[in-house]
Design a protein around this ligand. Structure first.
Ligand SMILES: O=C(O)[C@H](O)[C@@H](O)[C@H](O)[C@H](O)COP(=O)(O)O
Length: 243
């Protein structure tokens, strides 16, 4: 489902409203809401909204479990850490139990960090493929999402829940959820902002299909819902409510 908004503020607010509504429904039904956050720059405005009214007091933080779809293999205070960005933006401003913040251990050697995260997922979700209530994603100009980069072997991994990948542009190792985990989510919300994303968003949605060159094309919910939350520039040429 394509959800187009006039500007970045409106698109970010729509993402925050979806987070709030899904959290209230999940905590109301099962006492728990599990969400995997994306990194980068696009979600920061939305994350800040979550730490402010009216969202801060509307979200049942005591039942919210925050994970990451990916993070950079850097220490938690590092300026490139996705955890640090979310912590600054809202986590430190909301009454979420510290044990409910499941940070990827970027300070560890990458493969060790991935194994640790897989174990943490199993401790929360149990054995098998974790099913997140909300999977928040962004999309890179090359069509990557999380840290699933073009032609990377991690794209083919169907056995593990967490793996590692090298962001070649910066020689930066990453920890990332794998495709099966992302696709198992009940709701996948892809936030894309700005005219610079319009081409890759249109190609990701409409093709041509070339999923190992455009990893976002591997993201198709198994039986959940996928929403593209776009501002008008990023959604150029697409129809609201279209597919
Ligand atoms: O760790 C990361 O960088 C993200 O998880 C990554 O997948 C991001 O979502 C895209 O690169 C889009 O980033 P922007 O929103 O900054 O364009």
């Amino acid at each position: 489902m394509i959800d187009i908004h006039p500007d970045a503020e409106a698109a970010s607010r729509a993402g925050a409203e979806r987070f709030r509504d899904l959290a209230r429904a999940a905590v109301g039904a099962s006492g728990r809401f599990t969400v995997a956050l994306s990194g980068g720059t696009a979600p920061e405005r939305m994350y800040r909204m979550l730490g402010e009214e009216p969202f801060r007091s509307a979200i049942p933080w005591e039942g919210v479990h925050v994970f990451w779809g990916d993070d950079r293999c850097v220490p938690p205070g590092h300026p490139r850490s996705n955890y640090a960005m979310a912590d600054r933006a809202f986590l430190r401003s909301v009454p979420i139990p510290p044990a409910n913040v499941h940070r990827m251990r970027g300070e560890l050697p990458p493969e060790e960090g991935a194994l640790r995260y897989a174990a943490e997922l199993e401790s929360v979700f149990g054995p098998g493929t974790p099913r997140f209530d909300l999977m928040h994603l962004g999309i890179g100009p090359d069509g990557h999402t999380a840290s699933l980069f073009p032609f990377d072997e991690l794209l083919r991994d169907r056995d593990r829940t967490v793996g590692t990948a090298l962001f070649r542009e910066l020689g930066e190792w990453r920890i990332s959820l794998t495709v099966p985990v992302i696709n198992a989510a009940r709701v996948i919300d892809v936030l894309a902002i700005g005219a610079g994303k319009a081409d890759i968003v249109r190609t990701a949605i409409r093709g041509p299909l070339d999923p190992f060159r455009i990893p976002m094309q591997l993201i198709r919910p198994t039986d959940g819902e996928m929403i593209w939350t776009l501002d008008e520039p990023a959604g150029a040429g697409l129809e609201v409510g279209g597919r």
